[in-house]
Design a protein around this ligand. Structure first.
Ligand code: BJ8
Length: 425
């Protein structure tokens, strides 16, 4: 992670410079150990390495340039916030980082100690003045998903410009009506903020642009059905993480180039691990940058990850927005319907998720599922119990892990995962 040339920009963003330098140094080392140490990486991953190395540098500079040119920056913490609307309003849409244990002591002044690490992380990043993305935002859109986030946003609103989007908890007709009214309210809010009218033409282009990004990620996911696995789970996770903050057009092009390389690799019968290596599907809570702990442990324990059933994975890319509509009404309906398909554990009931996991196991030829919950995450810990039962009936082994961002349990996790992988063999 480069630091020197960006100090003036970070100072303008009011970052805590010494602490931020320290964070970049730790992340750089962590990235080197987990990513750059891999052998047989695809050449196309150089782009991702570069983007990551400039995550707080060049990309922030691009955001500042966009602001100087009059564009607004919208930050989010959930895949329920339609990126299409931000883009159609001429704004930049960014998924904010919440994957590192930073500012925990400060965060615990605002939220209870037994709050999940993801929530503590986004509050900690803000209070410790360590996230240039948060500091660049003109508006952050929160959502009423889990109780932890809902209540945390009340406290967070005292520190950032925040708008809350109401996400229903069920998927009945009345819930769809509510959700549609929220999508329309967000459209108006974004138009007011940016001063730009969202026209049917602009929305149509934005829908196509975001669909193209999802299509590239779907292509990548399909290629991971191959045995030997052509790309590591770590690299695939990184790609999904970067998809939340990179320029969408540039990102899509680079992922399609990478997929071309993967196709060539598959044609040559090559992979990142020998054929027959136990294949795991990772399922559960989102793994935000720089949360790479579990994939690293899994792939140092004799298994390879072949899919991510998560919001930083297929939950965000599985469904496209229909491109058939040409009127504003039709496009809004298409957006509403696409986003209501998201199988987040915050819904009740949420049976689609169980079916989607079974489909992924089958398509990706996974030998087992590693269910990952962040500690204190009620929705995903509850669903882990149900999913284990369904998978058991289908004869698919599952290991449930509940952890956080600290490194204290690494050895213990490694022992459990190694035993699971051994059993799969
Ligand atoms: S659509 S998964 S991104 S809400 S881990 S904060 S659920 S206590 S992140 Fe999520 Fe949107 Fe759903 Fe996806 Fe709460 Fe659990 Fe913490 Fe979580």
């Amino acid at each position: 992670m480069s630091a020197t040339s960006y100090h003036a920009m970070w100072e303008q963003l009011n970052l805590d410079i010494p602490a931020h330098d320290g964070l970049l140094a730790v992340l750089g080392k962590f990235y080197g150990d987990i990513y750059l140490s891999q052998s047989g990486r695809l050449q196309g991953m150089e782009y991702l390495d570069f983007v990551l190395s400039e995550v707080h540098g060049l990309r922030i500079k691009e955001l500042q340039d966009a602001k100087a040119a009059g564009r607004k920056i919208i930050g989010t913490f959930c895949v329920f916030v339609p990126e299409e609307l931000s883009l159609a309003a001429g704004a930049v849409h960014i998924g904010l980082c919440s994957g590192a244990e930073v500012g925990s002591a400060e965060a615990e002044q605002l939220v209870p100690r037994n709050t999940c690490a993801l929530i503590k992380s986004f509050i900690g990043f803000k209070l410790a003045r360590l996230c240039p993305f948060t500091e660049s935002c003109d508006l952050i859109i929160g959502e009423t998903t889990c109780d932890g986030k809902k209540k945390a946003y009340e406290a967070f609103a005292e520190h950032v410009p925040l708008e809350i989007l109401e996400v229903p908890q069920r998927k009945e007709a009345a819930d769809r009506t509510l959700w549609k009214s929220e999508v329309l309210r967000l459209k108006t809010r974004l138009e007011e903020l940016t001063g730009n009218t969202i026209t049917a033409e602009k929305l149509q282009a934005a829908i196509k642009l975001v669909n193209d990004k999802r299509r590239a990620l779907q292509r990548l996911n399909r290629l991971r059905q191959a045995d030997p696995a052509p790309i590591s789970g770590r690299d695939a996770l990184l790609i999904n993480q970067v998809s939340f903050y990179d320029d969408p057009v540039r990102f899509t092009a680079s992922i399609n180039t990478l997929c071309d390389q993967i196709e060539a690799r598959i044609a040559g019968g090559e992979g990142v691990a020998p054929a027959g290596t136990p294949r795991l599907l990772l399922s559960g809570c989102p793994m935000a940058v720089p949360n790479w702990k579990l994939p690293f442990i899994v792939e140092s324990s004799g298994a390879v990850i072949v899919g991510e059933e998560s919001c930083i994975g297929t939950r965000n890319t599985r469904d496209l927005v229909s491109e058939e509509a040409t009127t504003m009404d039709g496009m809004i309906d298409a957006l509403v319907d696409r986003y209501l398909k998201i199988d987040c554990a915050c819904f009740t009931p949420n049976l689609e998720r169980q079916a989607n996991i079974q489909t992924m196991v089958k398509d990706l030829k996974a030998d087992g599922v590693l269910h990952y919950s962040l500690m204190f995450c009620q929705p995903y810990e509850h669903e882990a119990i149900k999913i284990e039962k369904t998978l058991q009936q289908a004869g698919v082994p599952m290991l449930a892990i509940a952890t956080d961002y600290s490194m204290e349990d690494v050895e213990q996790l490694k022992t459990r995962i190694e035993a699971f992988v051994e059993m799969l063999k």
